[in-house]
Design a protein around this ligand. Sequence first.
Ligand SMILES: [Zn+2]
Length: 464
Amino acid sequence: MISFYNTLSGEVEEFKPRLAGQASLYTCGPTVYDYPHIGNYRAYIFEDLLKRFLLFSDFKVTHVMNITDVDDKTIRGANSLGMPLYEYTKKYTEAFFEDIKTLRILPADYYPRATEHIDDMVRMIKGLLDKGYAYIKDGSVYFSLAKFPDYGKLSKINKDELKAGARVETDEYEKESVYDFVLWKKAKPGEPVWETEFGPGRPGWHIECSAMSTRYLGPNFDIHCGGIDNIFPHHENEIAQSEAFYGQKFVNYWLHCHHLVVDGEKMSKSKGNFYTLRDLLARNIDPVDLRFFLLSTHYRKMLNFTFDNLEQAKASRQRIIDFLYELEHQSLAEASQPESEPLAAAALTNFKESLADDLNISAALAALFELIRGTNSRLAKSQLSRQAANQVLAAIYQMDQVLAVLPEKKEEELTAEIMKKIEQREQARLEKNFALADSIRQELLQQGIMLEDTKEGVRWKKIK
Ligand SMILES: [Zn+2]
């Protein structure tokens, strides 16, 4: 049985997917106005752990992550540089994709861009107007909280603070502003504009996620994730828009991850404790150590980032790597007859059951380190056969399908792309185009492939 803490019910619940063996998952993606900071990546890595665990548990997962490429922040950013919005957001969208690859976050099945789904948003807003959940005021469209009595069920917001008729226009706001929120913002100078039957303008942030999640996953789906910051107003508003429009329950399980703080304080650029992934890479931090650090605290606990804590995570990860190396290279006797490895089997079961319990990562990692300790103690007493050692290795590599923190197995073969480059260089040499040949050689060198021209032909080796 798998269970998760559902923010909606406020309880740990058994996960019952809509369709047996399948999980539909929507995770709020980046607003591409800047490089994401490590707090954002904490949320994305928690979501990756969740997804990898579902895959590990034999679920077929359909994962959608939106790219918010039009909202208050992106427009402000583009305008401050006098750049077209598209060009501005393109840079940060590309950076985001690079970062998640570096952090070994599995890609989503769909990355819908808000600007490519305006029609879906317009259709929803039109529907909300028709059904009386929304109204037009001064050229903008607002959602009327008074028409949706369930408002507040996710964030448990105090409804006495609901100020009917008062409106809020910004995409982000605090709990003091429980007002009618904006679905469609009327056209303003310097802002991108789409023509609609309710007037020219552009979408508010909240409607984007309602439109894109249901577009790909249907009006009701299994899991929606984000950071606790998203609960109010973003996710509360998503529920209001989607449930009012479709007339049915929107999401069955809401999972939220807690904040990351730095040296015990909220990250902020002015305090100088604000880090992007790139900042850490520039300090020679191994991104996989960062991944291990970010995933090794339970997602519903606050996580304190310090360089000491990161160092500890690095050391723990190194212990696993060293252990694997030792075990792989030990000369051990073959067992006289096949035996099953009780430590490995127990550890694997423990690991799975811990993660099935609301992603209890501490207990899961404890099972892994317990296996290392147990195996080492048998090694010390010469009580481990090669077969048993291999079962331990297999168990740890299986765990790593979820953790993704071990060194990648060395590829013995070059990619087709690199093979093609080598052929092109050979061709260039035959044609005595040495400039081209040399530039390809340099290019490959930068990718860590060194070429050697020998009598037998060209040879390559990896130098990284
Ligand atoms: Zn969202």
